[in-house]
Write a protein that binds this ligand. Structure first.
Ligand SMILES: [Zn+2]
Length: 353
């Protein structure tokens, strides 16, 4: 692992858990007295950079008993079923490492996003991220590189929220020209672009990404942006200094570029989108997310999205959906419902008091 970091000029320290952080882990895990104090201004800055809408997800503190994975849930008020809105207090707890939030890219009120993120988590991910970073810089775009377990995320900040579909055109065009693989275009490995959809329905959430600078529950550590000291203060100050892409600049960058058919928007696969959009509801319908379907006996059969994430189920028949009542579906390889929902960007809900 060290080799590809050092090969591209990223210091070894950045790729490893730094000393300060090892200490920090214990600090953040227990004992309020020593944790980094998060100033109100830092919370404001974080909100301005990353928070595009009140809805958010929480990463489960405990791993799923069967899969060992820490899934993200939409926190809801007990009894009411109403999603809890992201408050400054929750942002502070995220930055202090007490909880870990996931942030949605698109605000359905205007179909715009505040940031673009390119997620790469596969064997040569860092190589592809650095290629993208270099190419983006040539366009005058300044992406920030956040390291992750196997690769990282490139974040591009926007001066004002921009249309999700325009952002996607830009990144997909660059990836195509660089030969960087994009996951979902028939490939099981490749970059994932957030926002993942061109647009979402009024009641929909879209896809969430782990909020930067929080503690990843499974890894039990923070992942930092490359280029600044490993404290929340220094990292936010560093991010504040990045150039923000404007609408005018993006328009120029995508002028004449084709929209690739990589849209995951559920409404594109349905004819009843208008009606559904008017009946705002939160019910999950798996048939809006999976395709193509075959009929086998009483079931529809298709590729399990959770298996697909791991490059499995190439024959595309692990997921069975009951035709009579599509609320019932099952992966024959044993993926839990939470895994399937998470793979579709529609995490299941968890009630919190
Ligand atoms: Zn599966």
């Amino acid at each position: 692992m060290d080799s590809y970091y050092t090969q591209y000029g990223i210091p070894r320290e950045a790729a490893r858990i730094p000393k300060r952080q090892t200490k920090g882990k214990a600090r953040y895990a227990r004992g309020k007295e020593t944790k980094e104090v998060i100033a109100p201004q830092i919370i404001q800055d974080y909100r301005r950079l990353f928070v595009n809408r009140p809805a958010y997800t929480l990463q489960s503190a405990r791993p799923h008993p069967e899969t060992g994975r820490h899934y993200y849930f939409t926190p809801k008020k007990v009894g009411t079923g109403v999603p809890v809105e992201l408050t400054e207090s929750t942002i502070r707890r995220h930055l202090e490492g007490e909880v870990t939030i996931g942030l949605y890219a698109i605000n359905p009120d205007n179909q715009r996003c505040k940031w673009l993120a390119i997620d790469a988590d596969y064997q040569n991910a860092m190589e592809d991220l650095l290629k993208l970073q270099y190419r983006l810089t040539q366009d005058g775009v300044e992406p920030a590189l956040e390291l992750s377990r196997r690769g990282g995320h490139l974040w591009i900040f926007l001066a004002r929220p921009l249309l999700a579909k325009d952002c996607r055109v830009y990144i997909h065009d660059i990836a195509l020209r660089l030969g960087v693989p994009v996951k979902g275009s028939g490939l099981s490995e490749g970059i994932e672009v957030f926002p993942k959809h061109d647009s979402i329905e009024p009641s929909a959430f879209g896809s969430a990404l782990r909020g930067p600078l929080g503690i990843h529950r499974a890894a039990n550590r923070r992942f930092w942006f490359h280029g600044a000291d490993y404290t929340v203060d220094a990292q936010i100050a560093y991010l504040n200094g990045f150039r923000k892409l404007t609408e005018h600049e993006l328009e120029k960058l995508i002028a004449g570029k084709e929209r690739l058919k990589l849209d995951n928007s559920p409404q594109e696969r349905s004819t009843a989108s208008g009606r559904r959009a008017r009946t705002a509801r939160l019910e999950f319908r798996i048939l809006e997310y999976v395709a193509p379907l075959r009929k086998v006996g009483r079931n529809y059969v298709t590729r399990c999205p959770s298996c697909a994430e791991l490059g499995h189920d190439r024959s595309g028949d692990n997921l069975a959906i009951l035709i009579r009542d599509p609320r019932f579906y099952k992966c024959w390889a044993g993926c839990a419902k939470e895994m399937i929902r998470a793979a579709l960007g529609c995490p299941t809900h968890m009630e919190i008091a």
